[in-house]
Design a binder for this molecule. Structure first.
Ligand code: DIG
Ligand code: MN
Ligand code: MN
Length: 387
């Protein structure tokens, strides 16, 4: 693989809002004209993406009439059919409209919670009709500026009630749809409930239908919390809960930058791609990101192409790492195991007695050099292209 050209089997997807982002930020207005969802589909087809994701009001304006909605969906479907672009994931916008200013499912106002439920029911139906197999919930406003406003346990219960409600809805409709919860520690609220992928995994265990619910971790969001994203992914994968993933990039300790994949922390994203490819992740690789505010739509295409190229370059680097004789020899030595302690994999009284009677060369073991400096240097040299 030398051209790093995206192929359908790479399953690279972009939400409507990503390449459709018009460059607004808290300190400045839009810098790009709005382009239509149909134009977004054709742009993604031009750059070689596999799919586009349905982001609720990015497709159907919140005040669209039923006739307008029908026409928009008809035109969008026609563009999908004409380009072959797929629509694998859907989500509801429960954060832009002022009604959600104090959250949606966790709002203190039962009218707001009910309106949010209504909005989600509609977007689930539309998403399934468009081909979605994963439905993402990102609670962008599910949080507080002051914890005087609501009991945090009550807020979690309200969120659970909502996910249980939609799980039952999906079952009642016999939809082939899995739910994926996306965590973020803060922004736009001062603190968000369920702030990390780990918190979401704990929350899923409390649901009525945990088997239907997984996570949609995002690089930027775990980085905002100063966490190792690949470790979060590994825990989700281990739990069988990695239903979707939002790829982008982000420096630690910043607002949500949603950078082009690989634009900020190459080494971290190398280990992420290596993990995903090593374990055989087959889900969407969704670039939940946007171009710099400095860009026109040619720059937006550069952004989209860059996301995919960098993923494919890092995928090749992972293959190189896995084939590098010196690296693999070091790893074989580091992970040497003659099976002496296999008996500890399950408890037994005999095993415990045997262990108690075992002498350990604690000092000698503690003195052993592990060659991690050499291993990491070799990793860096693979990444820098000198091996
Ligand atoms: C932002 O990280 C969120 C929204 O774009 C959307 O709800 C979700 C889609 O992956 N990510
Ligand atoms: Mn983000
Ligand atoms: Mn996201």
């Amino acid at each position: 693989m030398t051209d790093y050209a995206p192929r359908p089997e790479d399953r690279f997807t972009f939400g409507l809002w990503t390449v459709g982002n018009i460059g607004r930020d808290p300190f400045g207005g839009p810098v790009r004209d709005v382009i239509s969802p149909v134009d977004i589909v054709y742009l993604l087809a031009e750059v070689g993406a596999y799919g586009v994701n349905y982001h609720d009001n990015d497709l159907i304006p919140i005040d669209a009439t039923p006739d307008e909605e029908r026409q928009i969906i008809k035109d969008f479907k026609a563009a999908l059919n004409a380009t072959g672009i797929k629509m694998p994931m859907a989500t509801t916008n429960l954060f832009t409209d002022p009604i959600f200013k104090d959250g949606a499912f966790t709002s203190n106002d039962p009218h707001v919670r009910a309106y949010a439920y209504q909005k989600v029911l509609r977007t689930i139906d539309i998403g399934v009709d468009l081909g979605a197999k994963v439905f993402v919930f990102w609670g962008g406003r599910e949080g507080t500026e002051t914890d005087a406003s609501k009991n945090a346990a009550d807020a979690i219960k309200r969120y659970r009630d909502a996910i249980n409600f939609f799980s039952e809805y999906v079952i009642s409709q016999k939809y082939d749809l899995r739910l994926a919860l996306e965590a973020k520690p803060n922004e736009p609220r001062s603190d968000l409930y369920l702030p990390t992928t780990g918190a979401m995994l704990g929350f899923i265990a409390t649901l009525d239908h945990p088997e239907m619910v997984g996570v949609n971790p995002e690089v930027a969001h775990e980085h905002m919390a100063g966490l190792n994203f690949m470790h979060a992914i590994a825990q989700a994968w281990d739990a069988g809960k990695l239903f979707h993933i939002d790829l982008n990039d982000q420096l630690f300790g910043r607002y949500d930058q949603d950078f082009r994949f690989g634009a900020a922390m190459i080494k971290q994203n190398f280990f992420l791609v290596k993990f995903l490819e090593d374990v055989g992740y087959t889900g969407s690789r969704h670039f939940d990101a946007h171009a710099y505010r400095t860009e026109d739509y040619n720059g937006v295409k550069d952004f989209a192409r860059g996301c995919m190229r960098t993923y494919l370059i890092l995928k090749e680097k992972a293959q190189q790492f896995n084939a590098d004789p010196e690296i693999q020899a070091l790893l074989a030595d580091i992970n040497a195991d003659d099976g002496t302690f296999d008996y500890l994999k399950t408890f037994s009284a005999e095993g415990a007695a045997k262990l108690r009677a075992t002498d350990f060369d604690r000092v000698g073991i503690g003195k052993k050099g592990l060659s991690y400096e050499r291993l990491d240097q070799l990793t860096i040299e693979v990444l820098l292209g000198v091996r």
